[in-house]
Design a protein around this ligand. Structure first.
Ligand SMILES: [Zn+2]
Length: 98
């Protein structure tokens, strides 16, 4: 969904407006002074990027950073289940004898 920006000729402030269609008006009322004398400015960041576009722009090292971060967590320890089982066994009461 595009965001269109307008610059006010009176106060020079920029106003931005989100439009649901691709035929925005040539001018809107200024958000700052209310003047209707605004001109549309084309912004390079006026369009929301899709998720796939943003993911594609991520640094390729990001995946490795995530892997490294995940590997340093306790959940990544391959022995965690083993350790838990050993601890559980040591805590279990002695089987009744006799
Ligand atoms: Zn204004």
């Amino acid at each position: 969904m595009p965001i269109y920006e307008y610059r006010c000729r009176s106060c020079q402030h920029k106003s931005s407006k989100l439009w649901r269609n691709f035929s925005p008006p040539e001018s809107i009322h200024c958000e700052h002074c209310g003047d209707g004398d605004t001109t549309r400015v084309i912004s390079s960041v006026a369009f929301h990027k899709s998720l796939s576009t943003r993911l594609g722009e991520l640094d390729p090292r990001y995946d490795k950073m995530v892997d490294a971060a995940a590997a340093s967590t306790a959940e990544a320890d391959p022995n965690r289940f083993l350790g838990r089982d050993i601890q559980r066994m040591s805590e279990a009461p002695e089987p009744p004898s006799g």
